[in-house]
Design a protein around this ligand. Structure first.
Ligand code: IVH
Length: 673
């Protein structure tokens, strides 16, 4: 009788084997590494729980590939093993305790070496009498294939080693730098050749060429990280010494290997390199943690497949394959229509992703992604998930191209793409999506910062007709809101308070909050400081706008049009009558350091003309009369001062200060000694 578990184990064995052939033997994986890991994990779990399911030919008991027939077989004198994986921090602690249970009572595993797990191909390079004589792939771990002719083209790898023992096998990773990978794919694209999916596959494809002149053009690289067979070598006692030894022979050893005291140290290392992942010119998909002491490594030994003394902590995959279910268009607060991908949810870069940006029409054309495609999704670090490209080999026949919708998905009005712009837009100011978007935008922290005005409240207020534009926020009928479900007394009071507080935000915040097309935070501040008040900005001519340094013609046009619109005028009238601040930033943001103080200026200052100096004082709450009296707190003296003011000040014991001290006075309100 076959149980459910037996059936599943058999299924998993067959699946993994098929994927192994695609990955190791044909260099064209049909699933992502992470999906493979998931299958493998499930099988390991089943076998751990039901040991009778662990068959001798299970992929859990064997190292990945089978040697191909194209290249001559090479039997490894020391087997090339695989590594056990850890996917969670907890698994690292378990690894440590398992090892310590295996060792004599009280023995600790001691120091650990952390290395990057390079995403390339393991090879073994054999030097005899210091000469590179053979290089072989891992194959099934026992028999690999001879790729000497291609490995000889790797410029990192010396053909002759000075001071090497008579027999020395160096184990390490052949890889392709990201920069080389991009170059290769750029050229492939130009000549309509095959583009590689990732640097690992490109490196594998290059090593598996009969003709070594191809590998020679690919600029492959190599990192050495282990020894295989060695005769008459130095007496090494630790792995870290092994790395130093390899390095002393001028073999390329990655500088990021680090000796740490314990798992806590390894976790710090993981953290550090997880963050640095995108900044290096080569890919790594995990961190390898190795017991440093070689005698302890000996004592711990190996399982059938992997050494016990090492473990690979896998970092979340940054690229995954998933299905592009559909392409939809979202309408922003200012009406811009942005296409995005609806995806079959997929775990990538450490989170589950179900949508990804597609930027604009041209990008979709260029990438040629179509709903129904299998696509590669990338999320690196904190970056927004992105659809990289379709997997063309998986494209169903006759899959139609995607076309940008003619109409706004929210209000149905025509979408237009202004000439010279990459974006389509919906020009209906009353489009419900835009209305919601504008209110959301207005309320966000970097605009009017209305706490408690969440998406759900906004949806409700808009759908109940309480708010149609941002001006309505200030006249919401809270009596009515209290009757809505989910709005308790406290939440209503909090929201009311937050709305009230938002009235005093700076002019820059308000301008930004209005969702003027093309006006971001920086330009909003620029407009606020240039024009000083909403009333002035409203009346500004196109010419005046264009004359503002840093404001391009697109923004100038957009701002000008915005303030010509009757819709805008209605909103501004509501905001003004609600008492929202319409005045320039200086008065609001400057600390009132000079309240009650009287400062007189004489002579020419370097950074202020007469009016500017007076404004600087007044804007901080002070007074700036034209003559010195006993009420004067300080006399600021520039070049060519009026003599009478100075003598008056001396007479009345009024402090006399220079421009530098004036700056400090403005800032602190204190007269420096
Ligand atoms: S040590 C017997 N160190 O990972 C120990 N392997 O999953 C053998 N790899 O076949 C491996 N970076 O291709 C080791 N710093 C590193 C590595 C590394 C990448 C690869 C190697 C190996 C595979 C095991």
């Amino acid at each position: 009788m076959t149980t459910e578990q037996e059936k599943r184990a058999e299924e998993l064995r067959a699946l993994i084997k098929a994927h192994n052939v695609a990955y190791y033997d044909n260099d064209s994986p049909t699933i992502s590494d992470a999906e493979w890991d998931m299958l493998m994990r499930e099988l390991i779990g089943l076998e751990d729980q039901y040991p009778h399911l662990r068959t001798a030919d299970s992929p859990t008991q064997n190292v990945g590939g089978t040697p191909s027939k194209i290249f001559s077989p090479v039997t490894h004198r020391v087997p090339m093993m695989s590594l056990d994986n850890a996917f969670e921090v907890e698994a690292l602690h378990q690894w440590q305790s398992k090892l310590e249970r295996k060792l004599a009572e009280g023995t600790k595993i001691g120091d650990l070496v952390c290395e990057l797990k390079f995403d390339g191909l393991a090879i073994s390079v054999r030097y005899e009498q210091g000469r590179l004589v053979q290089a072989a792939t891992r194959g099934d771990g026992v028999v690999g294939e001879d790729v000497t002719h291609n490995v000889l083209t790797i410029s990192d790898l010396p053909h002759v080693l000075r001071g090497a023992p008579p027999i020395l096998e160096v184990r390490g990773e052949v890889y392709l730098r990201r920069s080389e990978f991009q170059k290769l794919n750029r050229e492939a694209k130009k000549s309509d050749g095959k583009e590689y999916v990732n640097p690992r596959n490109a490196a594998a494809g290059s090593l598996r060429q009969k003709d070594s002149s191809i590998a020679a053009t690919r600029n492959l690289s190599f990192w050495a990280y282990q020894l295989g067979e060695v005769k008459e070598g130095p007496d090494l006692v630790s792995h870290y010494e092994t790395l130093e030894f390899l390095s002393s022979l001028e073999l390329p050893v990655n500088k990021n290997a680090k000796l740490v005291k314990d798992i806590a140290g390894a976790l710090e290392y993981i953290q550090e390199f997880q963050e640095a992942r995108d900044s290096l010119d080569y890919e790594f998909d995990g961190i390898v943690i190795k017991v440093d002491s070689l005698p302890l490594q000996q004592e711990l030994g190996n399982t059938a497949k992997a050494p016990r003394w090492a473990v690979a902590y896998k970092l979340p995959a940054e690229e995954q394959v998933t299905t592009l279910l559909d392409i939809e268009v979202s309408i922003g607060a200012a009406g811009s229509a942005t296409p995005f991908a609806r995806l079959e949810p997929v775990f990538v870069g450490g989170v589950t992703v179900s949508t990804a940006t597609l930027h604009n029409e041209d990008q979709i054309q260029e990438k040629d992604v179509r709903p129904g495609d299998k696509v590669i999704v990338r999320r690196a670090g904190e970056v927004i998930p992105e659809v990289v490209r379709p997997v063309l080999s998986e494209r169903p026949e006759n899959l139609p191209k995607w076309e940008f919708p003619k109409n706004c998905p929210s209000c149905g009005s025509k979408l237009e793409r202004p000439s010279g712009e990459a974006r389509h837009r919906c020009n209906n100011y009353n489009c419900p999506r835009q209305v919601r978007g504008r209110i959301e935008h207005f309320s966000q922290r970097t605009a009017m910062d209305i706490e408690h005005m969440g998406e759900q409240s906004i949806d409700l207020f808009v759908s109940e007709g309480l708010v149609q534009d941002v001006g309505d926020i200030y006249s919401i009928d809270f009596q009515l809101v209290r009757s809505f479900e989910g709005f308790g007394d406290l939440s209503v009071t909090n929201l009311q308070k937050a709305i009230e507080e938002s009235k005093s935000r700076s002019l820059g915040n308000l301008i930004f909050g209005l969702s003027i097309p093309h006006v971001g935070r920086t330009n909003a501040d620029l407009l606020a400081t240039t024009f000083g008040s909403m009333d002035k900005l409203k009346e500004t001519s196109y010419e005046e706008l264009q004359a503002v340094e840093g404001l391009g013609p697109v923004i100038a046009t957009s701002v000008h049009q915005f303030f010509r619109s009757p819709d805008t005028m209605k909103v501004l009238a509501k905001l003004e009558s609600a008492g929202v601040n319409f005045q320039g930033p200086e008065k609001i943001e400057l600390a009132q350091t000079l309240t009650g103080k009287s400062i007189v200026v004489t002579g020419t200052l370097e950074s202020y003309n007469r009016d500017e100096a007076a404004s600087a004082i007044k804007d901080r709450g002070g007074k700036s009369p034209g003559s010195v009296s006993k009420k004067t707190d300080a006399l600021v003296v520039g070049v060519n001062p009026g003599g009478s003011k100075i003598s008056k000040a001396e007479e009345l014991d009024v402090p006399i200060i220079n421009e530098e001290a004036f700056e400090q006075l403005l800032e602190t309100g204190e007269i420096p000694n």
